[in-house]
Design a protein around this ligand. Structure first.
Ligand code: SIN
Length: 282
C-alpha cells in the first residue's frame, strides 16, 4: 500500500491495495490510522461488489441503515444508493439530491456516523465533486470570543427540518413517510466534540442538520450558528474531491463536513454509500 497527501491541508490518497481481498490486521490497522489521521482518504482503483464494500466497512464498526429506505440497495440495506438513474418504470434508483448542502452524515441521530465510505460505480465526465471542510482546523482557528460563547454548549440536530427545506427548495424530493418519521427525533450534541482516536477537538455543527442552540434564545442561537457556519466554510481548510472511476472515498464525519456538488443531469452519477455508526459525541 502506498500513500500520498491529497491536498496541502488534509486528506490522503491510497494506492496499491485491493480491498476486495482479505486484509490482515496489520494492514487494516495502518489503513484505519491513515484515514483517521487525515480526515478524508481515497482508496483508488477498487472493484467492489456490494458484499465486499459492506465487509470492509463492517471492520470499522456497526453500519447504519438510512431512514430513506426506498433508496437502500435491494438485498443490501447497508448500502444507500445515491443516483440519478431511473428504473424502467420511471422510479428513482437512488437518492438523487442527497447531501447538496454542508453536513456531517446522520448528525441528527443519537449515535451519528463515525465514517462514511462512498464508492463510485458510475461518474459523470465532470462535476458531481464532493467538497470537504476540516472541522478540526475550524475549531483551532475560531476566534476566542466565539470559542467562549460556545464553551460547554450543545446544539439541536434535526433531519425532518432539513428534509422539509429541501422538499420546497429543490422540489420532487419524496416526503418522509409516517413510518420513517417515527424513526426521527431531534437530538442534541456538544458543539465542540473530542475525537476518540486522536484526542483532538472539532467543531461539530453543520448548516444541513443543526438548527438551534440548547438553552439560547432562538434568534441569538441562529446568529451564533450562522457565525460558526461562516467560519467553518473558510476555503483555507477545504478539499474538493474530483472523482475517478473505482474510487472508494472515506471521510471521518467527526472531523470533516461535506457537500455534494451539481453535475450535468444528461450523465449518470451512481454511487454506493456505507455509513459506520460512531459513539455518542462527547
Ligand atoms: C453524501 O453522502 O452526503 C453525498 C456525497 C456525494 O454524493 O458526493
Amino acid at each position: 500500500m502506498k500513500t500520498s497527501p491529497l491536498s496541502e491541508g488534509f486528506g490522503i490518497e491510497v494506492t496499491d491495495i485491493d480491498l476486495s481481498a482479505p486484509l490482515d490486521d496489520a494492514a487494516f490497522g495502518a489503513l484505519r490510522k491513515a484515514w483517521f489521521d487525515s480526515g478524508v482518504m481515497v482508496v483508488r482503483d477498487q472493484a467492489l461488489t456490494p458484499d465486499a464494500q459492506i465487509a470492509f466497512a463492517r471492520r470499522f464498526g456497526d453500519l447504519a441503515i438510512h431512514v430513506m429506505d426506498q433508496f437502500l440497495l435491494p438485498g443490501h440495506p447497508e448500502i444507500l444508493v445515491l443516483s440519478n438513474r431511473k428504473r424502467p418504470d420511471g422510479t428513482p434508483e437512488g437518492f438523487e439530491d442527497a447531501g447538496r448542502y454542508w453536513h456531517s452524515d446522520i448528525s441528527y441521530e443519537e449515535r451519528p456516523a463515525l465514517g462514511s465510505q462512498l464508492y463510485a460505480v458510475e461518474i459523470p465526465p465532470e462535476g458531481g465533486d464532493t467538497m470537504f471542510q476540516d472541522m478540526v482546523r475550524a475549531w483551532e482557528t475560531l476566534p476566542d470570543d466565539l470559542k467562549q460563547r460556545i464553551e460547554g454548549r450543545r446544539a439541536l440536530h434535526s433531519y425532518t427540518r432539513n428534509h422539509k427545506k429541501n422538499e420546497t427548495q429543490e422540489g420532487g424530493r419524496p416526503a418522509i413517510s409516517a413510518a420513517q418519521g417515527a424513526r426521527l427525533t431531534d437530538v442534541v450534541h456538544p458543539i465542540v466534540r473530542t475525537v476518540e482516536d486522536t484526542g483532538r477537538k472539532a467543531l461539530y455543527v453543520n448548516p444541513g442538520f443543526t438548527w438551534a442552540i440548547e438553552g439560547m434564545d432562538e434568534a441569538e442561537g441562529r446568529a451564533l450558528l450562522d457565525a460558526l457556519f461562516a467560519h467553518s466554510r473558510d476555503r483555507a481548510f477545504r478539499y474538493v474531491h474530483k472523482w475517478r472511476p473505482g474510487d472508494l472515498l472515506c471521510w471521518d464525519n467527526r472531523t470533516v463536513m461535506h457537500h455534494a456538488t451539481m453535475y450535468d443531469p444528461a450523465y449518470i452519477r451512481h454511487m454506493h454509500r456505507t455509513t459506520i455508526r460512531g459513539p455518542r459525541p462527547v
